[in-house]
Design a binder for this molecule. Sequence first.
Ligand code: NAP
Length: 260
Amino acid sequence: MAEKSMHGKTLFISGGTRGIGKAMVYAYAEKGCAVAFTYASSADTAKEIIADIESKYSVKCRAYKLDILEPLTYKDVYKLFDEDFDRLDYFISNAIISGRAVVGGFGPFMRLKPRGLNNIYTATVDAFVVGAQEAAKRMEVTGGGSIISMSSTGNLVYTPNYAGHGTNKAAVEAMVRYAAAELGEKNIRVNAVSGGPIDTDALKAFPNYEEVKGEVVRRSPLSRMGEVTDLTGACLFLCSTESSWLTGQTIVVDGGTTFQ
Ligand SMILES: NC(=O)c1ccc[n+]([C@@H]2O[C@H](COP(=O)([O-])OP(=O)(O)OC[C@H]3O[C@@H](n4cnc5c(N)ncnc54)[C@H](OP(=O)(O)O)[C@@H]3O)[C@@H](O)[C@H]2O)c1
């Protein structure tokens, strides 16, 4: 059960302009949580989301430009965050790269190339590390918090073309466990939420999108693909006091597709 109210709390999430990240921005704001999110190129969309969130939910909402291929720039983004917000309670590492940046990392095994694979590592693991370190420094001041990395079941089940992302999601889940082991003493919990295939732009970029969609619907005992809102419940739970002894874990939300 998620907290009834998150009034007075603040979420920082990377990649809030589309897909799963945008659904998170709305889900937390609906609970009364102030929200800071990042974008890469969708500056206009970010402005629209801010206006919509502030008018619908009367919570503070701000957005900052971030490139997760340059993870250390997180530090500058957090400085801007500090000018707008006086506390941080929840951090979700959500943004993901696509397009040119994943060439050589997204494709069949025999076409994988170090540069593409390294880009995905940078955007997945390095970005999580720097984003979470900066978050932890701020959470420590107010007595704790909850950090989440988005992951995907492509590290558990074979997904065509997904070797680069799948291996790096496995890596970030391992990093989550290490962070959890060391940040617990600061009352900071660290977990991952691993989603099965969700109908987003990222998935639509798959060359065989229709085939993947059909296969997911067939495999799921619930006979449907995931929607962007399907992962918000697990994240809200991980940020609530109901999960106060839950750390170092990955919650799989996959519509039952992983076992089939
Ligand atoms: N889709 C799925 O099936 C699925 C399933 C399970 C888990 N996930 C995970 O959930 C997370 C979100 O996925 P999604 O499908 O919602 O992604 P998406 O629709 O492709 O959205 C990506 C987000 O990341 C931002 N972004 C793109 N390139 C960036 C860069 N270089 N630096 C910083 N931000 C950048 C985008 O901002 P702009 O709009 O400004 O470009 C956007 O907000 C990812 O970690 C993904 O692995 C996805």
